[in-house]
Design a protein around this ligand. Sequence first.
Ligand SMILES: Cc1cc2nc3c(=O)[nH]c(=O)nc-3n(C[C@H](O)[C@H](O)[C@H](O)COP(=O)(O)OP(=O)(O)OC[C@H]3O[C@@H](n4cnc5c(N)ncnc54)[C@H](O)[C@@H]3O)c2cc1C
Ligand code: FES
Length: 279
Amino acid sequence: MNRIVKKKVLAPAVKLIEVENHLIAKKAQPGQFVILRVHEKGERIPLTISDYDREKGTVTIIFQEVGKTTTLLGRLEEGDRILDLVGPLGKPTHLEGLQRVVVVGGGLGTALVFSQVKELHRRGTKVDCIIGARNKDLIILEEEIKPYCANLYIATDDGSKGHKGFVTDVLKRLLDEGNRYDRAIAVGPLIMMKVVSNLTRQYGLPTVVSMNPIMVDGTGMCGCCRLTVGGQTKFACVDGPEFDGHLVDFDEVIKRTAMYREEEKTAMELLQRSLKEGV
Ligand SMILES: Cc1cc2nc3c(=O)[nH]c(=O)nc-3n(C[C@H](O)[C@H](O)[C@H](O)COP(=O)(O)OP(=O)(O)OC[C@H]3O[C@@H](n4cnc5c(N)ncnc54)[C@H](O)[C@@H]3O)c2cc1C
Ligand code: FES
């Protein structure tokens, strides 16, 4: 259980691992996530299930090394085991009855929407995908996602590939050109999801976003992942992680996500020191 059967570097600091876990692979659906712990004193972190293979009994996780736990995870190699892996958690994405959908993935968000795009395609939905990153080296899964998209648009902040600018510029152009969608699905940095939601509100386009507040237990008990949606308190781990982007209080989540920045910085500095000293 939890053995890493495949590892691939997708971009600087972005890694893909395929992990053996028959129970999770059997039940996983697009939009769900796992919570894992790398070692017994480790923090529990949530990561989205990017793909699953029920026959092989594996789930694929794609993550960016941003702090202590993701850095430690990135040091595991094929054959190593992850100490605990809990899931699938969260509600699956509702993908029923959609004719045409626009999916927006910002940075690592492309990995997080991969399973939805694949499933929409399997159901016969026409999917236009917009994927973006700071530069061309940070664009991930372009070749993998392409076969499932009716149209694939790329945006980079520096213009090194595709449109020079943000994914939201491309989305605005598509909407202004008269493209009509049943739904937008946006996954990426909080600020990107906020801008997408503000834009689609003006066009009356229903929008689903995947919220990533700090999580601890993933069961709705600790209250850590709470956020306000349509004036009501929701827990991202059990009520989400997907919500109506037009109703989410993004400013509150952005503030809460930055709450432990000092502690996270200290943990990372200590880790870097111990890795350098080989402890
Ligand atoms: C439901 C869910 C699914 C997620 N799926 C993925 C995924 O598939 N791939 C992936 O790389 N990341 C994903 N994340 C974010 C991931 O959980 C965090 O990057 C991770 O917990 C950071 O742990 P760390 O110890 O390495 O870094 P920390 O030291 O905890 O944090 C380092 C930096 O990352 C930021 N950060 C911490 N937690 C989060 C968070 N939850 N969301 C956004 N920024 C955060 C901090 O503000 C800080 O700037 C997901 C989060 C949630 C809630
Ligand atoms: S992570 Fe504890 S309530 Fe959601």
